[in-house]
Ligand binder design. Structure first.
Ligand code: NAD
Length: 457
């Protein structure tokens, strides 16, 4: 049995038996068999099945939200996560049919030959997901994969498994879906065993695990789509609207208590603005309260995963030891067993500190001054990560010029959160933040399809 800690009480209050190798074999065999009929359906029929699932999830949303609140200890973001499910489903029900159309026949450069295209889904897709958005990140790739005609085996994080039982109940209400979509519970060992049984993998999680997943997929010659961590920078140029920038950053860096992959984790501000910027940002951060004692009492929920608290503590200790100044926040608090950190603003930071180079995954905002645009771009790009970024300037055009020079898959202009909310544009992660095609945008469903050519003479 795997014991599961409650992030609000610090106590183990849930347990589950991890899937065995035999369980995985049985799931893989029955999913593969059902997938043949599923892929043979017209896409409109698959759309109809997933629409019924959406209705079942709506009907069960109360139970799902309750389970997610216990999994994560948070409130507002749990409702946001239900909206992520709704938004993902609605967009794919709308976009999938057009993306699955292919050409029936066209001429070739070789005059005597005609070509026909076919899109063939990978039979069995494995999805491995993390704990920070347990429901949302377990369905974000599963839904397009199913619509593409694949069967899907999902292994969500062992840290947040409580939502899986009510979710499986909704899947079971739609038998055609239950035949091609399964959830299994387990830790990394189960994830590794799952990889051995599928035809492609979509993994969301840390760089360290992503490397293991990528290596295992390479050994098996199956594609791996890796959605990994980030250390997103924000640049504040002279002339930027400081009120707008500080409001956007106060929210963009602390939403979900900073436990979001696309979340601003380091700020570079022009020296002429530094002191005013810090005062305004500190003022806004001080207005944010801990979500304690009840989940909906304030904005900043608990640290969900116990190991994460150690990372926050280590980064703060390292920064303070190297001369960083804590302007506000700065102390982890243990309240009734849950660990919390008020939004923490640091100044006098530099790139020798872990807090400027390692992913933090907490509500810590280190602010560093720069003198020239060249310096700001160099500092922002001085990272092993390249997930997303933000630029604030006097005009959209000025910000865009800098945004185009940043090594990141998506850059918000005069805002700090757009990269997380926009789902209808293709974007890829740079450097260690990921590998493979875009998960966003209508064409991303093509990741689940192989292109086949029929050549007629
Ligand atoms: P993690 O890498 O520890 O775990 C992710 C998943 O991988 C879990 O389900 C885990 O059980 C499984 N796993 C562990 N070892 C495995 C192995 N050897 N083979 C197969 N599966 C294995 O990540 P986490 O702590 O759950 O999540 C936090 C990380 O996720 C952060 O780095 C964050 O930035 C990243 N993340 C990225 C995105 C994105 O879209 N880029 C989104 C959310 C989170």
């Amino acid at each position: 049995m795997i014991q599961v800690r409650n992030p609000r009480t610090g106590r183990d209050d849930y347990q589950f038996a991890p899937a065995t190798e035999a369980d995985l074999d049985a799931h893989a065999a029955s999913l593969r068999e059902a997938q043949r009929d599923w892929a043979a359906l017209p896409v409109e029929a698959r759309v109809a099945v997933l629409r019924r699932w959406g209705d079942a999830v709506e009907a069960a949303s109360g139970a799902l939200i309750e389970a997610l609140i216990h999994d994560t200890g948070r409130f507002g973001e749990t409702h946001a996560e239900m909206n992520l499910f709704r938004g993902t489903l609605a967009r794919w029900l709308r976009d999938a049919p057009a993306q699955l159309a292919t050409f029936d026949e066209r001429a070739s450069a070789v005059e005597t030959i005609k070509l026909a295209g076919q899109l063939v889904p990978y039979p069995l897709v494995g999805v491995i997901s993390p704990w920070n958005f347990p429901l949302g990140l377990s369905v974000i790739d599963a839904i397009p994969a199913l619509l593409a005609g694949s069967a899907v085996l999902v292994k969500p994080s062992e840290v947040t498994p409580r939502f899986v039982e009510p979710l499986i109940a909704t899947i079971n209400q739609v038998p055609e879906l239950a035949a091609v979509l399964r959830y299994v519970l387990g830790d990394g060992k189960v994830g590794a065993a799952l990889i051995e049984r599928v035809d492609m993998v979509v993994f969301t999680g840390s760089v360290a695990t992503g490397r293991n997943v990528g290596e295992a997929c390479a050994r098996n010659f199956i594609p791996a789509f890796l959605e990994l961590g980030g250390k997103d920078p924000a640049i504040i140029l002279p002339g930027a609207d400081l009120d707008r920038a500080t409001s956007a950053l106060a929210w963009g860096a602390t939403a979900n208590a900073g436990q979001a992959c696309q979340s601003i984790e380091r700020i570079y501000v022009h020296r002429s603005l530094h002191d005013r910027f810090v005062t305004q940002l500190a003022d806004k951060l001080r207005r944010l309260k801990l979500a304690f004692p009840k989940p909906n009492d304030g904005e900043i929920g608990p640290v969900i995963f116990a190991r994460q608290a150690e990372i926050l503590r280590a980064q703060l200790d390292d920064a303070k030891a190297k001369g960083a100044v804590v302007v506000t926040g700065g102390e982890l608090q243990v309240l009734e067993g849950g660990t919390y950190l008020l939004p923490t603003l640091l100044t006098k930071v530099d790139h020798t500190m872990l807090v400027m180079t390692e992913e933090t995954f907490g509500p810590i905002l280190p602010v560093m001054a720069f003198d020239t645009v060249e310096q700001a771009v160099a500092l922002a790009n001085d990272s092993v990560y390249g997930l997303s970024a933000a630029v604030f300037a006097a005009s959209e055009q000025e910000a865009e010029l800098v945004a185009r020079r940043l090594d990141a898959g998506a850059v918000s202009i005069n805002d700090a959160t757009l990269t997380a909310v926009v789902s209808d544009g293709e974007k890829m992660s740079f450097k260690l933040s990921g590998l493979g095609g875009s998960r966003m945008g209508p064409t991303s469903i093509r990741r689940f399809l192989r292109q086949k050519l029929l050549i007629k003479s």
